[in-house]
Design a protein around this ligand. Structure first.
Ligand code: ADP
Ligand code: MG
Length: 367
């Protein structure tokens, strides 16, 4: 069991700062997902943890001790990649046992550990199959077994499921999570897929452009995204500009009450958001507070629900409506922004201002 601390780590490639002043403490036995778009610095961060590259500045600690002077092969951080890089002509047992052979583990012990780990990844009986005779999913299980059999301190998974089809991906997520918990191994899982991060991780660390944006339990990214960019990454583009006074936001379409505990931002120009699945269509049975008028611009039947697009003032909003909901473009409807689902976001780009045509940019930034 190993705790990992990243202290102010940065990595420069020539002029390009790929990772910027990243700070993160990962508990022993925790599974953290590094999430972010391609090129944001996820792999670079993993490589600094394994020792494949050095940070330009900052420190990497395992259980409070710097590992920067410990070479990769003695650091105990093992990586699993998107492409499994198995030895094609070796059989499964030889592939999995390779690291044990290098570590001069006795033949009998190695054979037992290989057998146990193949059971764990749900591949019993395939010991003698050649790597190139396996399906993609089986190969990825072998790669996982090969990483785990050496009993690493830290398991680093770099988009390991990106090449698999959707169903297999879900099975493998469950397998990885259950093995990680069973072994109590500290793990970092890299992905650009927010659904995958949310399903797998104890905590998600979201990165944009080399900078850590928000770290927290998966639900925090839905309940309380820190910025408009973070909300967008989690498929919520619903933003309404206004002026906050305590627990009220005054907007062009009326006053919106926010949850009393909302601590993000302060009084003054502000942006509020409500996720598409939390916006309510007003009927005579719904509470009548926090209701605003909205004009329907499109309605698309999606099977389990209908995706309704409206404009509030001139700002487009998405709403998950019941599948049977009917409306025509141009209809004015009443929608409710339930107080407990209204959160305040910092505006980290100009799109919101452009959409609403509201306050000039120099007044829209929230510290
Ligand atoms: N060896 C390298 N030399 C130069 N630039 C690199 C190198 N490795 C990564 N980069 C750059 O650093 C940035 C982050 O890359 P990477 O960590 O691979 O992103 P991610 O894994 O999030 O897709 C990218 O702009 C990439 O081009
Ligand atoms: Mg990468």
């Amino acid at each position: 069991m190993t705790a990992v601390s990243l202290r102010h780590i940065s990595r420069r490639f020539g002029e390009h700062l790929a990772v910027r002043d990243l700070n993160l403490d990962i508990d022993s036995g925790e599974l953290v997902a590094f999430l972010g778009p391609s090129g944001c610095g996820k792999t670079t961060t993993l490589r600094m943890i394994t020792g494949l590259i050095e940070p330009t500045s900052g420190d990497v600690l395992f259980d409070g001790e710097s590992v920067l002077s410990t070479p990769t092969e003695r650091r105990g951080a093992v990586m699993v990649f998107q492409k499994h890089l198995l030895f094609p002509t070796m059989n499964v047992a030889q592939n999995v046992g390779f690291g044990l052979k290098m570590a001069k583990v006795s033949k009998d012990e190695a054979a037992q550990r290989v057998e146990d780990i193949l059971d764990l990844v749900d591949l019993p009986g395939l010991e003698h199959r050649k790597a190139h005779e396996l399906s993609g999913g089986q190969q990825q299980r072998v790669a996982l077994a090969r990483a785990l059999v050496v009993r690493p301190k830290v398991l680093l998974l770099d988009e390991p499921l990106a090449n698999l089809d959707a169903n297999l991906r879900i099975t493998m997520r469950h397998l990885i999570r259950s093995i990680q918990k069973e072994l109590g191994i500290t793990a970092i899982f890299v992905t650009h897929d927010q659904e995958e991060a949310v399903m797998l991780a104890d905590r998600v660390a979201l990165m944009f452009d080399g900078v850590l944006q928000q770290v927290g339990a998966p639900d925090e990214f839905f309940r309380a995204p820190r910025t408009t960019g973070i909300a967008r990454f989690f498929r919520n583009g619903n933003f309404l500009r206004g002026r906050r006074q305590g627990s009220i936001v005054r907007t062009d379409v009326g006053d919106i009450e926010i949850a009393p505990g909302s601590t993000n931002g302060r009084d003054g120009p502000t942006v509020l958001t409500v996720r598409p699945e939390e916006v309510q269509l007003v009927t005579k049975d719904t509470p009548q507070d926090n209701v605003v008028p909205a004009v329907v611009t499109s309605l698309i039947y999606m099977g389990s629900h209908s995706q309704l697009t409206v404009t509030i003032g001139d700002t487009p909003w998405q709403i998950h409506a019941p599948a049977a909901f009917r409306a025509s473009n141009g209809d004015t409807i009443q929608i409710r922004l339930p107080r407990d689902h209204v959160s305040i976001v910092s505006d980290d780009d100009d799109t919101v201002a452009e959409q609403s045509g509201a306050a000039p940019p120099n007044q829209t930034t929230i510290a």
